[in-house]
Write a protein that binds this ligand. Structure first.
Ligand SMILES: Cc1cc2nc3c(=O)[nH]c(=O)nc-3n(C[C@H](O)[C@H](O)[C@H](O)COP(=O)(O)OP(=O)(O)OC[C@H]3O[C@@H](n4cnc5c(N)ncnc54)[C@H](O)[C@@H]3O)c2cc1C
Length: 245
């Protein structure tokens, strides 16, 4: 079946999912492209012992509040990953994982999941080797138990991945970048960045019709890049998309 979508959301973190919630609410067909997995940053870019920095009672995304017997407690980051996963399932978010957007005018997509996972495994293997070497050099007891494992099995190749999408001919009139508040948009060849490479926008709306940013620091308020705050800007952008089409 051929999909008909009018909005592309780049990034399947909390911002991309909040965006999806509000687009759905307004009946806008859309797809989320995610280079890894839903909530990838909370999975791979947070240290293991990180605790969410706000109490459990504050954990929420549009239409979904975290349930806890301990509203004043704090959860570890893995619980945030589970919360984001549950949210994606609850709103039935149309996420396509393993696809990384790498250019904008004509959207170029790399079917990157295999590569990303292989690179991650290689990095982890080299870390384990360094730990083993250190343990051996220092005569630590655990050097008996080598951490080095066999290389992971290779993943099946993706069949016919999409690698290029002509936005106009695909009927896509809006693109919302929800790729995190740390960014490098040097490859964006549109007049939407200032000299420092920062996106120019008003509450996420750029001067390039149909192009939006969500989840940037202070997109609108201090809470714009936070879990509980991103939904307000998502609602605003969804309304903007809805009224211009
Ligand atoms: C260390 C740390 C601790 C934090 N702690 C808290 C906290 O306790 N409470 C709180 O409210 N906030 C916290 N934040 C802030 C914020 O909530 C998180 O940064 C959150 O991850 C932002 O969500 P996001 O969806 O905007 O971006 P991200 O979670 O970064 O999601 C972006 C997604 O886009 C994907 N992506 C990126 N580029 C592309 C591309 N080109 N193509 C396809 N996919 C792409 C990524 O894989 C990722 O899944 C913390 C941030 C950091 C860095």
């Amino acid at each position: 079946m051929i999909e008909k979508i009018d909005t592309l959301v780049i990034g399947g973190g909390q911002a991309g999912l909040a965006m999806s919630y509000h687009l759905k609410r307004l009946g806008r067909e859309h797809v989320i492209l995610e280079r890894g997995r839903v909530g990838q940053s909370w999975r791979s870019e947070r240290w293991d012992s990180l605790m969410f920095q706000f109490p459990n009672s504050s954990i929420q995304l549009p239409g979904y509040t975290y349930e806890s017997d301990d509203p004043d407690g704090y959860v570890p980051k893995d619980e945030i990953v589970r919360f984001i996963e549950r949210y994606a399932a609850m709103i039935d978010a149309p996420v396509r994982c393993g696809l990384r957007a790498v250019a904008l005018r004509k959207l170029v997509i790399e079917a990157d999941l295999e590569n990303t996972l292989v690179q991650g495994d290689a990095w982890f293997a080299s870390l384990k080797k360094r730990m083993d070497d250190y343990a051996e050099k220092s005569g630590l007891a655990w050097s008996e138990e080598k951490l080095i494992e066999d290389p992971p099995p290779s993943l099946p190749r993706l069949s016919r991945p999409i690698t290029e999408l002509d936005l106009r001919s695909a009927g896509i009139s809006s693109v919302v970048w929800c790729s995190g508040f740390r960014y490098d948009f040097a490859w964006v060849k549109l007049p939407i960045l200032n000299d420092a490479g920062e996106p120019l926008h008003q509450r996420g709306v750029t001067q390039c019709p149909g192009l939006y940013f969500l989840g940037l620091r202070r997109t609108y308020a201090v809470s714009s890049a936070l879990l509980a705050g991103v939904g307000n800007d998502a609602a605003f952008i969804a309304e903007h998309i809805s009224t211009r089409q």
